[in-house]
Ligand binder design. Structure first.
Ligand SMILES: [Zn+2]
Length: 747
């Protein structure tokens, strides 16, 4: 792939050469400028450096050219310099509230899954599980049938306890009439959670015990509300008020569509909204949800003594289906649970005991109705779209196929995952991921040893041990290849092509019960349970793992070995570094190399760490995001900002080592038509991962509920702190991309 060697005569190769020549002619002016810059010493030009003219290099050069806007000064706003071209050419689709390179790749994965799921069933070649996935997809695509069924499947739920809906009175028949005497909060909450996987007020789930990370335990947390952010309920801004008004009208109209009387619906739903506002007030905000504060281990009888208004044991026993898990029949008052938000639960039951039962029932059933609306006929979804217009700014519904792919993917992640991996994942990607993860590990440790001047030697040694122990998981978990295991795992699911709504309910029940499977088992610390089609990467504190599913390992994040390494180190390399650094961010640092929440820092080093985070909190809090009309919350986004900054430094260092060790210090051949060095391409490649535009509604939501800074500041923030960036682009002091001595750094 080096130099100007043109591949032997093949039609495709010849075509590539013609394109290359075209790019070359067009690039003459650019090259002229480059030569001038080189003569001025602004670009370092290795005399031996040549151009790479393979079709891969030409493809990469074209992809980069199409994204950038060279009329923007990279030292003024590198995000706009890198992304303006892409953003201009990729307006946000009507059915989305934001759009960028990540969502674009997500969409490409969806298209591939669509093609796989639409292939006719082959009784001979498709496993039982694959047949189920295709049947579920087909049932979802049968829109005539869904239209014909209209509201019937939902009404049949609303006619029976515990989902009789007070607001409907007897308008759906006398059997649907709600009775206060028969209402049970505990039963309704338990059915929502245990049969429909809907967590309302309380979120009950199984996860690793933070302090004994090889054991599973029950955890209790606060649940989400109908609207995505607490601020939507609490603020008195014009936006928040209009969200609440629109939301109220949406609830009222939905109730009316289901048979309620309009004025009755109006007054009932007003009470429901008031109740949700009260719940929003007592929810623990993200910044105060620290690992130590949320670790409150007690047994159920202690919990019941603390909050006596609710039958906790009765609730938990009703949620878990012991026909599926007979070993869980022994759950009793001595069962341990981790209560993540004790104050929230105390406040919650104080509110609930003073609330009218009718309002409670109206609210709980509303949440059930709300999550099933998308499985009804078009008129319900169009009513939702009116609501979404205001809340998300979207003006059209997701195409049915996209909705159906999402359904199958979330219901059967490992089945769909295997289909995807078999068709689209190249095993040799694992090799380069090994090179990248080991490079990042080396870089983190090298900087810890040579550049970290604030940590004492004792804490450094522990950090070193933790860095050594980080385990990388790449592509897909091995167990998905085992058909017997997968068929067994989903044996209770029996889909039919003609019953979409019934199929969905089965998937909800399956999802609701699946985590209880683990309760009495040991945590398989070397396994991972991430869906392979996920276009994202993760760090898991309890297993000290970094995870990169197949969906993430694609262009423009992961470039193969035929492309310049600068592109991969800048994109997936920084992502690897980002996940790695999560083990040492403001929260991850509290977990030790074995994944236990166990303080391993000396007081001195911890104080210095906290002192240094202040710089980053201030830096990001000062960023004003025009699209949202709000400032970034530096405290809320701290952990992610630490990961971004660390990841960028580690990947750059790892790239330079690769050049040193694998190429004897010689730079990679340049890309045609671009006058960028590979150090510059590294930074461009990172920024390109982040190109994303937002509708103002979505921007506002991102600030309120997002853990990450907005993409523009993920680029500007980390790069302006990094001396290698300013060197690469020769950014003078006092430009916004060069924070100079003001730069913040943790790792
Ligand atoms: Zn992250």
């Amino acid at each position: 792939m080096e130099g100007e060697t043109v591949p032997a005569a093949r039609t495709a190769a010849n075509k590539a050469t013609r394109i290359a020549l075209g790019v070359f002619v067009a690039g003459t002016v650019v090259l002229g400028t480059a030569l001038f810059l080189v003569s001025q010493g602004l670009i370092k030009f290795h005399p031996k450096q040549q151009y790479c003219l393979t079709s891969e290099c030409i493809e990469a050069a074209a992809a980069i050219l199409s994204k950038i806007n060279q009329s923007v000064d990279p030292c003024d706003n590198f995000y706009r310099f890198a992304c303006d071209g892409w953003i201009y050419n990729n307006p946000i689709p009507e059915d989305m509230s934001n759009y960028g390179v990540y969502p674009w790749l997500r969409h490409n994965v969806d298209l591939k899954l669509k093609a796989l799921l639409e292939k006719p069933i082959s009784k001979r070649h498709d496993s039982e599980a694959v047949q189920k996935a295709k049947i579920l997809y087909t049932s979802c695509m049968n829109e005539n049938k869904i239209e014909k069924a209209d509201v019937k499947p939902l009404l049949s739920i609303l006619r029976h306890s515990p989902f009789r809906w007070p607001v409907l009175e007897s308008n759906i028949g006398p059997e649907g009439l709600w009775s206060e005497r028969k209402f049970s909060l505990e039963q309704t909450l338990a059915t929502l959670r245990g049969q429909y996987s809907n967590s309302v007020f309380i979120r009950l789930y199984v996860a690793a015990d933070d302090k004994i990370s090889n054991r599973y335990i029950l955890k209790l947390d606060q649940a989400s509300l109908s609207l995505s952010s607490r601020e939507d309920y609490l603020e008195n801004t014009t936006e928040a008020k209009s969200y609440r008004d629109t939301f109220l009208q949406f609830m009222v109209d939905t109730a009316v569509l289901l048979g309620a009387n309009a004025s009755r619906a109006e007054s009932d739903m007003k009470s429901v909204l008031k109740l949700e506002v009260k719940i929003a007030e007592i929810m623990i905000p993200y910044e105060n949800r620290t690992s130590e504060l949320m670790y409150n281990k007690m047994n159920i009888s202690e919990l019941s003594a603390m909050i006596p208004q609710f039958d906790w044991l009765g609730y938990i026993k009703k949620v878990i289906d012991t026909r599926l898990y007979p070993e869980l029949k022994d759950i009793g008052p001595s069962e341990n649970v981790i209560v993540r938000v004790p104050q929230y639960f105390k406040d919650l039951f104080r509110i609930l005991e003073n609330e009218r039962k009718k309002t409670l029932a109206n609210y709980l059933v509303w949440r059930m109705v709300y999550s099933r609306l998308f499985n009804l006929s078009r008129r319900f979804q169009y009513r939702w779209l009116e609501f979404s217009r205001v809340i998300h700014g979207t003006t059209s519904l997701l195409p049915q196929w996209d909705k159906c792919v999402d359904l199958v993917e979330s219901a059967l992640p490992y089945v769909v995952g295997k289909m995807f991996v078999k068709a689209h994942f190249q095993e040799d990607k694992k090799e380069m991921m090994e090179e990248l993860t080991e490079g990042i590990r080396w870089a983190f440790i090298d900087m810890l040893e040579k550049e970290n001047d604030w940590m004492d030697s004792e804490t450094k040694r522990k950090a070193y041990e933790k860095a050594k122990a980080v385990m990388a998981k790449v592509g897909y978990p091995q167990f998905i290849m085992n058909d017997t295991y997968i068929n067994e795992d989903i044996k209770t699911l029996k889909f039919t092509e003609s019953d979409y709504f019934g199929n969905v309910l089965q998937t909800r029940k399956y999802a609701a019960q699946s985590d209880f499977y683990w309760l009495r088992k040991e945590v398989p610390k070397t396994e991972w349970f991430t869906s392979p089609t996920t276009v994202n990467a993760f760090y898991s504190a309890s297993t000290n793992q970094i995870r990169f599913p197949a969906g993430e390992l694609q262009k423009p994040f992961f470039w193969g070995t035929e492309y310049p390494r600068s592109l991969s180190y800048g994109a997936i390399g920084v992502i690897v570094g980002h996940e790695f650094t999560h083990g040492f961010d403001s929260n991850g640092r509290k977990y030790d190399k074995n994944g236990n929440l166990d303080p391993w820092w000396t007081t001195g080093s911890e104080l210095k760490f906290k002192e240094k985070t202040k710089c980053m909190i201030n830096q990001y809090s000062n960023y004003y995001w025009k699209r949202a009309g709000l400032h970034v919350n530096g405290k809320r986004t701290l952990a992610e900002n630490i990961a971004d900054n660390g990841g960028l430094r580690e990947a750059f260092r790892a790239y330079r080592r690769w050049i040193r060790e694998k190429r004897g210090g010689e730079e990679e051949p340049l890309l045609p038509g671009l006058d960028f060095t590979h150090n510059q391409l590294f930074f461009l490649s990172y920024a390109h991962v982040r190109c994303n535009s937002f509708r103002s509604e979505s921007a506002r939501e991102q600030i309120h509920i997002g853990a990450h800074s907005p993409p523009i500041f993920r680029v500007i923030g980390a790069m302006s702190n990094f001396e290698e960036f300013r060197k690469a682009f020769s950014c003078p002091a006092n430009t916004s991309m060069n924070r100079g001595p003001e730069s913040c750094r943790l790792w």
